[in-house]
Ligand binder design. Sequence first.
Ligand code: GUN
Length: 291
Amino acid sequence: MILLDGKKVASDIKAEIAIEVRHLKDKGTKTPHLAAIIVGNNGASITYVNAKVKACERVGFESTLVRLPEEISESELLNEIAILNIDNTIDGFIVQLPLPKHIDEQKVLMAVNPNKDVDGFHPTNVGKMALNLPTFISATPFGILELLERYQVETSGKHVVVLGRSHIVGSPMSILLSQKRKVGNATVTMCHSRTKNLKALTLQADIIIAAIGIPEFLKADMVKENVTVIDVGITRLADSSKKSGFKLVGDVAFEEVAKKSEFITPVPGGVGPMTIAMLLKNTLLACKRNA
Ligand code: GUN
């Protein structure tokens, strides 16, 4: 069993980005600048956004955090987005999800200038991704592609089973891995809550991408020997033995599935750290496009 060490790979990528930023600074070119909007007080979201800002500082990017109250109206939020859209000092920005219930998420994502949409959530960028045109690929799928590439996990001709059809992970992952690209050329089966005989499908999989948000859903009896498992799940479960009061659990019963796996990502330390590294990579790309 080989652990797909996202923490290490993310750290390598950030080091590579930091070198590029140094070169940009030496040339007197603009420093990449990422902004993040966060609405409300969701603990997990605040943790993620703070980690994104901290990662910017580490690689030499500039960062701006826009914190807005839970009660902000949709039109006020759209106004904040309009300000970032025309601010030439900012290369890219994200609106951290989820948003409060009274705000239409789709409307908000569509308001982001596609050229600054480093999350790759705007329909224009999703469309380009689906057509295999150059664009911002969202951080989580992009991170998974990068992890598979750096560990030289063969995807060509393999049967990939994707669990989950979310717009953020399951859907783009299915599209990307079936495309004619370096990490791609796979035969993809996308499974969701209405899928029948799920176990019969996962048992056929060479690679499983688990992104359904159900802790320890994928068990050892659902996978074949030498499977590759990418666990995107990250659920906080109460744990009084931890200082934080919770532990992080993925969608995979790690201990038992790892015994049958050729490659597997841990939780935490697998896909999670990769997403931040890839967001930085997209921001660097946005900055270079503007240069
Ligand atoms: N919430 C969970 N994942 C993400 C992400 O990749 N980007 C944003 N903006 N919000 C998220």
